[in-house]
Design a binder for this molecule. Structure first.
Ligand code: UD1
Length: 336
């Protein structure tokens, strides 16, 4: 089976490529390197001892897609490529809508032209907006997104539904990620944001390693046990494995399916800081500042549908997530 992975050198994409190769799939990656780098190819090869095809192209480029689909008989597509910085999406909405929507439309168009009917889409818990209940189940109301990035995910879900209705064989797995963190245990691949990180985990590891001075905790007056925001952090390797379970289901079903990929447990910002300090034996200095606009108090999954229907659940706990996130950043420093 041959799988096309868009954004396959990025954070979640690269971990999924590793799992696919280790499970015996053939892999074709398309990535424009806008938020990744060529050296990830060597890292994936080092981890798996296996090779894959690589195209340095933009997924919006129809000619590039045509070339890939004519050179390979693709059985399924996993679509990770996309812009994902919330703040940037507010400043550059056109860039976000254009890139995230056009890439998906072009991909689906080429898939249908080449009789490829299995599509795995990277969605996000952000589609639930401020959730109507906790834990969040897949039938909770979607929409009410608070930034263009989140709205692209919501709009793409709608588009995929319409494409499926018009083409019933076109099977879609919509995977709604909660908060992916951690890294491969080898320390060879992980999350490498450009510039100063916006998300919590990349920020914590950079404070711990001395690259940044102090963590700002955005508010301690939320209606949560310790007042700081609560999220469902999930190890990226667990998340990657979830894609393989979804892929297997796609191959023997027809339809559009929605799954929450989370652990089901919410941790606060302070839980993360304390656990990180305990597991890694380092201090993470922090200060409490104003709430970040657009943030919600709590967000965590009910992941039981994925367990029931895909046989998937997360195995790693917070300790492993903290350990692997830090191991990755320390290894990056060693290699410099
Ligand atoms: C954010 C996005 C979400 C996206 C996800 C992954 C928003 C509203 N949501 O989720 O759409 O899918 O990233 O890219 O931006 N925090 C701090 N200090 C920091 C950074 C974060 O206290 O320096 C807190 C936040 O207030 C929040 C928690 O840590 O309570 C997690 O934040 P973050 O890692 O940015 O993820 P989300 O906001 O959940």
């Amino acid at each position: 089976m041959k799988i096309l992975v868009t954004g396959g050198l990025g954070f979640i994409g690269s971990h999924t490529v590793v799992e696919l190769l280790e499970d015996g799939y053939e892999v074709v990656v398309i990535d424009d390197l806008s938020n990744s780098s060529l050296e990830i190819i060597d890292c994936i090869q080092k981890i798996t001892g296996k090779d894959f095809s690589f195209y340095q192209e933009d997924v919006c480029d129809l000619n590039a897609l045509e070339k890939i689909f004519s050179e390979h008989k693709i059985d399924a597509v996993m679509h990770f490529a996309g812009y994902k910085a919330v703040g940037e999406s507010v400043r550059e909405p056109i860039m976000y809508y254009e890139n995230n929507l056009v890439s998906t439309l072009h991909l689906c168009k080429k898939m249908l032209e080449h009789d490829c009917f299995n599509f795995i889409f990277s969605s996000s818990a952000t589609v639930y907006g401020d959730p109507e209940k906790l834990p969040i189940t897949e039938d909770c109301k979607v929409g009410g997104t608070t930034n263009p990035y989140g709205t692209t995910k919501y709009m793409i879900e709608r588009i995929l539904n319409d494409i499926h209705i018009a083409n019933p064989k076109f099977t879609v797995m919509v995977l709604r990620y909660f908060n992916p963190i951690g890294a491969h245990e080898s320390g060879l691949i992980g999350e490498k944001p450009n510039g100063i990180p916006n998300n919590l985990m990349p920020y914590i590891v950079r404070v711990a390693s001395g690259e940044l001075e102090i963590l700002s905790i955005f508010g301690n007056d939320y209606d949560t046990p310790d007042g700081t925001g609560v999220r469902d952090y999930i190890h990226v390797v667990d998340l990657a494995k979830g894609h393989l379970c979804a892929l297997k289901k796609a191959f023997d079903s027809e339809g559009i399916f929605y799954y929450n990929l989370g652990t089901g447990t919410g941790y606060s910002v302070l839980d993360l800081v304390k656990n990180f300090e305990k597991v890694n034996g380092v201090k993470v200095p922090y200060k409490i500042v104003e709430r970040r606009p657009g943030d919600i108090a709590s967000c965590y999954a009910d992941p039981s549908k994925a367990y029931r229907e895909l046989g998937w659940k997360a195995h790693f706990g917070l300790d492993e997530m903290m350990r692997d996130s830090y191991h990755y950043i320390l290894k990056q420093h060693e290699d410099v």
